[in-house]
Structures are given as C-alpha cells and as structure tokens.
Design a protein around this ligand. Structure first.
Ligand code: MN
Length: 204
C-alpha cells in the first residue's frame, strides 16, 4: 500500500443500506461519514500541528498532544477494522469455519462459549469502548480484549482479528440505549471470512 503521510477515510465494501435490518442506513451513514471521518480529521490535524511546530521549532504541550493523537489514531484504525469485519446479512453471521473455528474451539472450548464471553465483554465496557478478538503472537492464543475509549487496555503487538464498536454513537439511532440488542444484531452481520483472513495473516 502506498504511504500517503496522512490518514484517509476508507470506503466501505458494501452500501450504507446493505447491513439492514441489523444496522440501518442512517446509523451506518452517520457512523462512517461523520464519526469515523472526525477521527481521521482529528488525527491529521494533530500531525499537521506537529509538523508545523517542528518546522518552526515552536513549543507544544507534548503530553496533551500525544493523548489526543492516540485517541484519534486509535479511533480511525479500530473503525477501519470494524467496517471490514462486517458484511451484509445474506453473506454474514452464523458460525466461522476452517482454521478460525478450530482456533476458537481450542481456546474457548466451543463457539457458543466464545460468543458468550465476547458479548459479555462488549456489553460490560464501562462508558465507550470496544470488544476485540485478538491473537497473541507469542502464545498463538486468541484473546478477547476489552478496549476502553479507543486506546486503553490495548495489549502491544497483539493482532486484532475482529472488533465491535460499543460507543453509543454506534447504535443509538437503531437501538436507543439497548446495547445488548445491538450486540445480538452484530452476530448476524459478522464477516467470518475476513476474520479468518486476518487470523491467517497473524499466524504467518
Ligand atoms: Mn464508532
């Protein structure tokens, strides 16, 4: 991939309507074109600010700048992963197959047990955050990560295979305050093929 120095909002591989009835057109459009775009813009603005300060050798508040950068870059990267692990319900949901199914069964004993733990992780994030299925490359074990905000409780070097956004902005139009219902709907539009592809890449 060509390096472009700044972040770019990725295009979705499906239309805004295509995840209905589990995620409405309005919900997805606002989430992608407004919320995700805001993290891209935020990250780029900070990079420009850093470039400028370095060029002019000007003082900056490095602590608050890096905190803000972590929030925005984390938001951008997690959303990019999220869109890729969703797919229209005609092609998504159900259970994974292949190596992914084996990896999950070996760690969690059953797909149902994994699904329950992941749903509980998503439902119990305090405030805003994410549930993530990840792979520890040292142990080869899949682990569920409960990320707070976009950037807390993230383990270094783990590969992220699948994420679920449980910020209120991800579901308030469709499900109001009912995060649990949104988490249930997520399982209908998971793109297991993409998760499997990420697992294969992580194991290389
Ligand atoms: Mn979001």
């Amino acid at each position: 991939m060509e390096k472009v120095k700044f972040y770019v909002l990725p295009q979705l591989s499906y239309g805004y309507k295509d995840l209905e009835p589990y995620m409405s057109e309005e919900q997805l459009r606002i989430h992608h074109s407004k919320h995700h775009q805001a993290y891209v813009n935020g990250a780029n603005a900070i990079l420009e600010r850093l470039d400028k300060a370095r060029k002019e050798n000007a003082e900056i508040d490095i602590k608050s700048t890096l905190k803000e950068l972590s929030w925005n870059v984390g938001g951008h990267l997690l959303h990019s992963l999220f869109w890729g692990n969703l797919t229209p319900p005609s092609r998504g949901g159900g259970k994974p197959g292949g190596g992914l199914a084996d990896t999950i069964a070996k760690e969690f004993r059953s797909f149902e047990r994994f699904q329950k733990e992941f749903s509980q992780a998503a439902s119990s994030v305090e405030g805003s955050g994410w549930a993530a299925l990840t792979l520890c490359r040292q142990t080869g074990r899949p682990m569920i990560m409960q990320i707070e905000k976009h950037n807390m409780n993230v383990y270094p070097m783990f590969r992220i295979l699948m994420v679920l956004d449980v910020f209120e902005h991800a579901y308030y139009i469709d499900y109001k305050n009912d995060r649990g219902k949104f988490v249930e709907a997520f399982w209908k539009i998971v793109n297991w093929d993409e998760v499997e592809k990420r697992l294969e890449e992580a194991l290389k």
